[in-house]
Write a protein that binds this ligand. Structure first.
Ligand SMILES: NC(=O)c1ccc[n+]([C@@H]2O[C@H](COP(=O)([O-])OP(=O)(O)OC[C@H]3O[C@@H](n4cnc5c(N)ncnc54)[C@H](O)[C@@H]3O)[C@@H](O)[C@H]2O)c1
Length: 270
């Protein structure tokens, strides 16, 4: 086993791996030797990730699913086990932003959708993955939370609430399943250069550009002064799922260029 093959022989599911952080994580895990289930609502995007993995010599399948559907989640897990003979790793990555609104402006349906994807989706995936981990006596889960789960952020009530819930769910699962050798950790990304919250048929080019500019300006004010590339989060997910992280469980790992170590001092820093 070369140093890079730290997930050799493992089987991993990465939700939302048609784009962004999930896509980078699927590719990094495959490059580290894992057989990967790429899952996403978007078939074209998921199949592109699979092609990129197989063209690089890795193993991957695609299962189309919306993680807020219990039935579809069961299919993701069952198809993965059928294709690769087991399951070792789950990365609960799929998530949505929910739009920029304060709570009195959010409809019940909008709020519920964010809860259904970010929290209930993670519940379903975890619920159906864990029996396979219990069977083999080993499992590794990484929940992709957010710095917005650690702090309050403007116009992101449902997003902050669900990401905060994922953080404490991570700790709780670590307690319940530590004795079963299932390690559960969370990553809190900061500003990562993906299209999260900036895509979709309703957003004009001008709005997209404005949102991108806002993010770049906000990222420039953080200690490392830039957005990260998705692979910089993926590398940490690979590590957390490797034996190198064998004593880590219930850990909440920020990958945020220092965002939540400080607040914006603005004028005071000059
Ligand atoms: N980009 C950031 O700055 C940032 C920061 C903190 C946390 N995060 C978190 O990282 C994760 C990935 O975000 P990203 O930035 O890569 O976003 P992205 O929008 O680029 O990719 C998310 C992927 O998830 C898929 N998806 C959405 N809803 C789904 C559902 N119901 N079922 C299955 N798949 C679904 C999308 O189709 C998309 O391919 C999210 O949980 C997000 O909250 C991102």
């Amino acid at each position: 086993m070369s140093a890079a093959q730290v997930l050799e022989g493992k089987v991993a599911i990465i939700t939302g791996s048609g784009n962004g952080i999930g896509r980078a994580t699927a590719k990094a895990m495959a490059a580290a030797g894992a057989s990967v289930c790429v899952s996403d609502t978007l078939a074209e995007d998921g199949l592109r990730t699979v092609s990129e993995i197989t063209e690089a010599g890795g193993k991957a399948i695609f299962v189309q699913a919306d993680i807020s559907s219990e039935e579809q989640v069961q299919k993701v897990v069952n198809d993965t086990v059928a294709a690769f003979g087991g399951l070792d790793i789950l990365v609960n990555n799929a998530g949505i932003g929910g739009g920029m609104k304060r709570i009195h402006e959010i409809s019940a349906d909008e709020f519920s959708r964010v809860v259904d994807v970010n929290l209930i989706g993670t519940f379903f995936m975890t619920k159906y993955a864990i029996p396979h981990f219990l069977k083999s006596g080993d499992g590794r889960i990484v929940n992709i939370a957010s710095t917005y789960g650690l702090i309050g952020a403007p116009k992101a009530a449902a997003y902050c609430a669900t990401k905060g819930a994922l953080i404490n769910l991570t700790r709780q699962l670590a307690v319940d399943y530590g004795p079963d050798h299932i390690r559960v950790n969370a990553i809190c990304p900061g500003y990562i250069d993906t299209s999260l919250g900036r895509r979709g048929p309703t957003m004009s080019e001008a709005d997209f550009k404005a949102a991108t500019d806002r993010r770049e300006k906000a990222a420039a004010m953080q200690p490392l002064g830039r957005q990260a590339q998705p692979v910089e989060v993926a590398n940490v997910a690979v590590f957390l799922c490797s034996d190198g992280a064998s004593f880590m469980t219930g850990s909440i790992v920020t990958v945020d260029g220092g965002c939540v170590t400080t607040f914006n001092y603005g004028e005071a820093s000059n």
